[in-house]
Structure formats: structure tokens, C-alpha cells
Design a protein around this ligand. Structure first.
Ligand code: 13P
Length: 281
């Protein structure tokens, strides 16, 4: 029974020494690969699915798999809805037993983002679940949404947002973008440091795919407690599946299924080592 809350994992991080990885999964094989990675490295983990990906993986089907996988595991696992946008999907995730939900109100004005996030926080409280909010705009988009431009989070807005919404984690925009980078990202670690100095709630980095080890370490040392990785896992699964078919032209369904598990596991282990997560339980 290793299903835990996001807040438990994020508050277990002592100082700015490491960060919890939150990895997107889209089917049972990816959930299995994620958990195998965490068990092999003896690391805590968050698994998540974004609302924008649900047309490929309906939450009614994938959600119970994610929760069951967490409960069966020996490592602490938080099950999270990433980039929730609609009340229907957020409520469904909570009904299915997700231990946290993100409400992404970054497209709204500050006031409206705060009001809507407070509404989600009140709902999640009834389930004993945690909420992640977002302030500023991370670039790109997680899922089949329209791309958005980066808007760096302001210190004053971050402080007001966290004080008024009382979210359990807050995603900040410091120059990262979802998906593979088209131009090299220039991270505003200076801004992250300023925000971390005035905001108590744990800070989240979205758009982890394609950042350098140095970028990750700078972010962790300056206040990031949760790092999201999606595209790198999807790319790794595609690579492993293609390699299996190339090396074994008679590959059957089960060979491909195994490749999906292994592709996920390999990418997550690589990132967990960078985030300093080995032997943290
Ligand atoms: P990447 O796809 O860039 O890894 O971003 C993941 C993310 O932030 C999910 O919310």
C-alpha cells in the first residue's frame, strides 16, 4: 500500500538537495515502467497524466490502473492529474482516488486564476487530496493544445497566488517549455531564486525534457522540489519499440509491450539519477 500524497513526498525533500520526479504515463506499460524504475532505484515517484492526453488514454480506464499500480508498489507513489482544466476531469480524478490534481489556470487573468484555483482547492480538501497551481506561462503545451508563449512568473504574483490559494505546490514559468526544445532554453534561475525566497509552498518545474544536467541541478539547488518529465518518456518508448521491430522483424505484440515498459523505465531511471533520487526511501 504505497499510495501517498504529493505533499508528503515534496515535504520529505530536505533542503535543496534533490527533487521529486513526476513522470507522465499514458498506458499500463508506461505505469509499469515508471514503477519498476522507482523500485529499482529505491526512489519515491509521482506518476501523472495530463487532461490533454485523455483522448488517447481515457481517465476512466487509465486512472484505476495508475492507482492500483501505486497501491501494489513497495515505494511511495503519488498519483497526480497533470494540467487539469475542467471541473469534470478534476472531479473524476479525485473520485478515482488520485492523491493530487493540478489546476492549470495560467490562461486566465491573475484574479480569475486565483478564484478558480481556490474553488479546486476547496473541492480537493473534501477528498483529502492536494492541489498544484500554475502562475506565469510555461511555453508549449502538454497534450494536443494550442502552443502558448512563455510568460516568466513575477515574484509579486507568485507570492499573492500562493498566499491566497494556499496550493500545495506551485508551477512557475522560468523559461522552460513543454516538448522538445526548438531553441536552447535560457532559464531564469535568478527569478526562481527570488520566488523561492518569498514563497513557502514547494515549486514545480514543467517542461523538463531536453534540459541539461546543469539546468536541473541549478533549479534543484535554487528551490525546485518537483520536476515534470513527459516527452522524453514518450520518445524513449517510441525508440525502444522501433529498435525492437528493427532487430526482431518477427516481434510479436508482447515484445512490443515489453519494449514500452523498458523504454519508460530507462528514461525515468536516467532522470531520477540526475535528480538525486537514488536510495531516498
Ligand atoms: P516535457 O514534455 O517537456 O517533459 O514537459 C512535461 C511537463 O511539464 C508535464 O506537465
Amino acid at each position: 500500500m504505497a499510495l501517498v500524497k504529493m505533499s508528503e513526498l515534496l515535504h520529505s525533500v530536505y533542503g535543496n538537495s534533490y527533487a521529486i520526479g513526476s513522470f507522465n504515463v499514458s498506458n499500463m506499460e508506461m505505469a509499469m515502467g515508471a514503477i519498476k524504475a522507482a523500485e529499482e532505484l529505491k526512489a519515491p515517484i509521482m506518476i501523472q497524466i495530463a487532461e490533454g492526453r485523455l483522448k488517447y488514454s481515457p481517465l476512466e480506464l487509465l486512472g484505476p490502473v495508475m492507482v492500483a499500480a501505486a497501491k501494489l508498489s513497495t515505494v511511495p507513489i503519488a498519483v497526480h492529474l497533470d494540467h487539469g482544466g475542467s471541473m469534470r476531469v478534476i472531479k473524476l480524478a479525485l473520485d478515482l482516488g488520485f492523491t493530487s490534481v493540478m489546476f492549470d489556470g495560467s490562461k486566465y487573468s491573475l484574479g480569475e486564476n486565483i478564484d478558480r484555483t481556490k474553488e479546486i482547492k476547496a473541492l480537493a480538501d473534501k477528498y483529502g487530496a492536494d492541489v498544484e497551481g500554475e502562475i506565469g506561462k510555461v511555453g508549449g503545451a502538454e497534450g494536443d493544445y494550442k502552443e502558448v508563449d512563455i510568460a516568466i512568473t513575477s515574484v509579486a504574483e507568485a507570492r499573492r497566488f500562493s498566499e491566497e490559494t494556499k496550493v500545495d505546490a506551485m508551477a512557475v514559468a522560468i523559461g522552460t517549455a513543454h516538448g522538445n526544445y526548438k531553441v536552447e532554453p535560457k532559464l531564469r534561475v535568478d527569478r526562481l531564486k527570488e520566488i523561492a525566497a518569498v514563497v513557502k509552498c514547494p515549486l514545480v518545474l514543467h517542461g523538463g525534457t531536453g534540459l541539461s544536467e546543469e539546468d536541473f541541478h541549478n533549479c534543484i539547488h535554487n528551490g525546485i522540489k518537483k520536476i515534470n518529465i513527459a516527452t522524453a518518456s514518450y520518445d524513449s518508448v517510441a525508440k525502444y519499440v522501433k529498435k525492437t521491430i528493427k532487430e526482431k522483424p518477427n516481434a510479436n505484440y508482447f515484445d512490443i509491450s515489453d519494449a514500452a515498459v523498458q523504454g519508460t523505465q530507462a528514461n525515468i531511471m536516467k532522470h531520477m539519477k540526475i535528480f538525486g533520487l537514488e536510495n531516498r526511501i
